[in-house]
Design a protein around this ligand. Structure first.
Ligand SMILES: Cc1cc2nc3c(=O)[nH]c(=O)nc-3n(C[C@H](O)[C@H](O)[C@H](O)COP(=O)(O)OP(=O)(O)OC[C@H]3O[C@@H](n4cnc5c(N)ncnc54)[C@H](O)[C@@H]3O)c2cc1C
Length: 401
């Protein structure tokens, strides 16, 4: 699977920050993590903090999967609105899931600070606006649901949105106090390097060919005829997990993003807020730390990489037009455009935990529009599971739910 088109902005901007060797000897360890994107890096950070001898392996250069393409808006809002999720899985499960995502934004801030990451974490507000009149009633219902469950939200009328953000084409929206943005590619690299210095063994360009799931451990065979024996394997292999998991757990899509040229004017009215709307597929927008504006969306329900990349120019033009409609006063000229794979689960929740078919294995699969917050939640869940404890979210994020 080609997870991204060739020019994701973060990859071009940052280049190859650190490169690691491929595997060259047989290894024995406590934990082996498959996949060194933002999820694997966070899980490795937790495993090292918990005192486990840990190895992380990636078949690409580290962080060259979806993590190089993400627009890295940190939002606690799950793909399903809270009121809808309550109807689907019950109030306790839905509210706990939303609260965990809410807390994980602060946790990501704390982690990036503690390792002195240069990922440019910024705390932001998040404005979810109705782009069609018919969406106002359910968006207000969502507002009431969030407010009644203690989430810090305000309802803004269209006139206020236009005045405060020079945002046209809205029919009102929910302004939430909790949100953030990072450069996830940089954070993942920083986490890997920080833990490498603490003993994390990292192998890139090392494909996993097969895994023997044995009664007391796993034996992983790599493409170089070198193996890794580990007490547990943790799969953080993103969308390519669909190659090994027998049942269908996620609908894979393609999504597109463009980032504009660096803008010399001040846009302080936009800098502190993430924007997303109720269009179907929805658009997501934010400024970057280097004073650009990015907009994503235009999802297609297929993942064929050639077909996806052939649409890049058309999709970039469309996103530019959407940008001009929403923010007509912003001078936007596309600098980079790219595409990537994206996934949606039936309830918007991730899959984190054990799978009956794979002994001594855990999965941390943070599918969805806010996959990064799910990856951070995975840290607590894996830490609890490795200690033999049950995490309060395990029931809601399990396979076969
Ligand atoms: C355009 C775009 C915009 C997005 N915007 C947002 C956003 O604003 N906010 C948000 O939270 N999320 C967003 N996402 C989703 C986000 O990018 C993902 O949730 C996140 O990057 C997933 O990280 P990961 O580490 O799980 O997966 P990946 O980064 O894909 O890492 C998985 C790794 O596993 C490795 N791997 C797979 N199979 C094997 C194997 N057999 N052997 C060895 N290694 C293997 C891969 O090489 C890869 O590096 C967006 C995604 C895209 C494409």
């Amino acid at each position: 699977m080609r997870l991204t088109s060739s020019e994701p902005f973060w990859l071009v901007k940052n280049g190859i920050i650190n490169s690691y060797p491929s595997i060259s000897e047989n290894i024995e360890t406590d934990i082996v993590i498959v996949g060194a994107g933002i999820t694997g890096s966070l899980i490795a950070h937790q495993c090292i903090a918990d005192g486990f001898k840990t190895v992380i392996v990636d078949k690409r250069e580290v962080c060259h999967g979806s993590t190089s393409a993400t627009t890295s808006m940190l939002q606690y809002e799950i793909d399903k609105p809270l009121y809808e999720l309550i109807d689907m899985i019950g109030e306790k499960a839905a509210v706990l899931s939303y609260k965990a995502c809410f807390d994980s934004i602060d946790q990501l801030q704390q982690i990036s600070k503690s390792i002195k990451s240069t990922c440019g974490f910024q705390k932001k507000k998040s404005l979810y606006f109705a782009s069609r009149k018919k969406d106002v009633s359910w968006l207000q219902k969502e507002f009431e649901s969030r407010k009644s469950h203690g989430f810090p939200v305000k309802w803004l009328e269209a006139e206020t949105i236009e005045k405060d953000y020079q945002l046209e084409k809205s029919y009102g929206g929910i302004l939430s106090d909790q949100g953030g943005s990072i450069d996830a590619f940089q954070l993942a690299h920083d986490l890997l390097y920080y833990n490498y210095k603490k003993g994390l063994q990292i192998f890139d360009k090392t494909d996993i060919i097969s895994v023997e799931y044995r009664p007391y451990d796993v034996l992983i065979h790599t493409e170089f005829q070198k193996s890794i024996k580990a007490k547990k394997v943790i799969f953080c292999n993103g969308f390519e997990s669909t190659d090994i998991i027998p049942e269908k757990i996620v609908d894979l899509l393609s999504t597109y993003a463009v980032v504009g040229e660096q803008n010399e004017d001040s846009h302080s009215h936009l800098e502190n807020t993430l924007f997303w709307n109720t269009s179907d597929p929805y658009n997501y927008m934010r400024t970057t730390e280097d004073n650009r504006f990015l907009i994503g969306g235009e999802d297609e329900d297929f993942v064929d990489a050639d077909k996806r990349d052939a649409l890049l120019k058309k999709k970039a033009d469309k996103l530019k037009k959407t940008m001009a409609k929403i923010f007509p006063k912003y001078h936007f000229r596309v600098d980079f455009g790219w595409a990537g794979t994206f996934g949606e689960t039936k309830d918007g929740l991730p899959y984190i935990g054990k799978h009956a078919d794979f002994k001594n294995a855990y999965f941390v699969l943070g599918f969805g529009g806010n996959g990064i917050t799910f990856s951070a939640i995975g840290m607590h869940m894996v830490s609890a599971m490795l200690k033999g404890k049950t995490h309060e979210l395990s029931e809601y994020f399990k396979f076969g739910r």
